[in-house]
Design a protein around this ligand. Structure first.
Ligand SMILES: [Zn+2]
Length: 415
């Protein structure tokens, strides 16, 4: 499916938006062995590299590929449970877990394809025991699958953590170069404090990243603070809820918050004091506003996070809580929600996600030395906010080609 450009090629377009530097009219990217060797005006890059094939698309804009900082691949759109409340949605999801097994792999393939066709080149995916790793690995995208574990299905906290760490080690074997596996502590209401703490310690010891869901819903806030509400009912919980603090404070107390951790959502019950905790611990955030909207989960205080220097990336979540796997569409929603500029949006969708995941040296901008992860958007920016023009086009299905590690993994350009 992917078209190799293993040799050397110049991708050029009417507009080049590197994100880390000003846009270039008739800009070009020289790609060699999957990486960006140089970029600049096409006249310069062409002259300095005679004989290299040039693929020039005058009516397009080249931007860095989208970095999806929080996604689930194993859901399909057609039978999403109804939204409205988080606990109601979650209980319907749990009811359908046995049936879901029959179509998870197919859903994961389709979701990955949809992400690629919307310009995604890197994905942080979370799935039970890493079940969607095969589909991510074969998709052509780079990414990490975070294996979720549910200690009550395994044994003691020690046994559960050893099991999931061993599982992630196994998953890491024989993967394509930029595909990886790690561990996710699913949430404060599904993983007990001791297992959470151990998992955070073990993954840090090994230099792995950790994914968590945190402060997603009003029910989670109630569960952690009071030990009551919809989630306590579902999980019979129970033994560890009701600690009298916010989910952020609770996560801090069990050592989950650290620069290696990416916390998804942070949508409900995040106070000013919590923002200080997030900033001090250096944890990164994945913002999933459409999922939050669908599940009645409130609005994440993203501008406050950015102000405090908290690393923020964007995440689509999965198709049972979100209308699409298009990260640029997710980002346009965030831009409207928070009144942000197009430039902030494009940065959140690319470099922001890369920083949140600690991979900014590898992807997220168009710079020499990084992997050639690019999206070609059919748009000639014309307005006062050119990044917004590009974001709207990419959100609206105008990504015409996606390049990951220098390979054209999607191409409807026909050239
Ligand atoms: Zn999620």
């Amino acid at each position: 499916m992917s078209e190799s450009t293993a040799g050397t090629v110049i991708f050029a377009a009417g507009t080049l938006m590197p994100v880390s530097s000003p846009q270039i009219q008739d800009g070009a990217v020289l790609v060699r062995d999957g990486r960006i060797e140089a970029f600049g005006p096409l006249t310069d890059v062409g002259r300095e590299n005679p004989g290299v094939e040039i693929r020039f698309f005058p009516n397009y804009t080249i931007i860095p590929g989208a970095v999806n900082a929080h996604a689930h691949l194993g859901f399909r759109r057609k039978d999403a449970p109804e939204g409205g409340t988080f606990s109601g949605w979650l209980s319907r999801l749990i009811e359908r877990l046995p049936e879901k097994e029959t179509w998870t792999a197919e859903a994961a393939r389709d979701s990955a394809r949809e992400a690629i066709e919307a310009g995604t080149t890197y994905m942080a995916e979370s799935s039970p025991y890493g079940e969607c790793l095969p589909q991510l690995a074969e998709s052509g995208m780079a990414g990490t699958v975070y294996a979720e574990f549910f200690p009550h299905e395994i044994g003691t906290s020690e046994e559960a953590v050893e099991f999931i760490v061993g599982k992630a080690r196994e998953l890491r074997e024989g993967l394509p170069e930029r595909v990886n596996a790690s561990v996710s502590v699913h949430s404060p209401y599904t993983v007990d404090p001791e297992s959470s703490r151990l998992a955070a310690r073990r993954t840090r010891e090994m230099g792995w990243r950790l994914a968590i869901h945190l402060s997603e819903s009003p029910e989670e806030v109630e569960f952690v603070r009071d030990g009551t509400g919809g989630l306590a009912d579902i999980f019979g919980s129970n033994e560890w809820g009701g600690v009298g603090v916010s989910p952020v404070r609770y996560a801090q107390s069990i050592e989950l918050l650290a620069p290696e951790t990416i916390a998804a959502h942070l949508a409900t019950g995040v106070s000013e004091e919590d923002l200080e905790v997030l900033a001090q611990t250096g944890v990164a955030a994945a913002h999933c506003p459409r999922s939050n909207d669908f599940l009645g989960c409130g609005v994440s205080p993203v501008p406050g996070m950015i102000e405090r220097g908290i690393r923020v990336g964007m995440g689509t979540d999965g198709l049972w809580s979100s209308p699409s796997m298009n990260l640029f569409e997710e980002t346009l929603f965030a831009v409207k929600l928070h009144g942000m500029s197009g430039a902030t949006g494009i940065e959140l969708a690319t470099l922001g996600g890369a920083r949140a995941l600690g991979i900014e040296a590898e992807t997220g901008t168009i710079e020499a030395g990084k992997w050639a992860d690019l999206a070609m958007v059919e748009v000639v920016p014309w307005g006062a906010d050119p990044e917004r023009d590009v974001l709207e086009a990419a959100a609206g299905g105008e990504v015409a080609a996606t390049v990951a590690s220098g390979n054209l993994i999607y191409n409807r350009l026909g050239a």
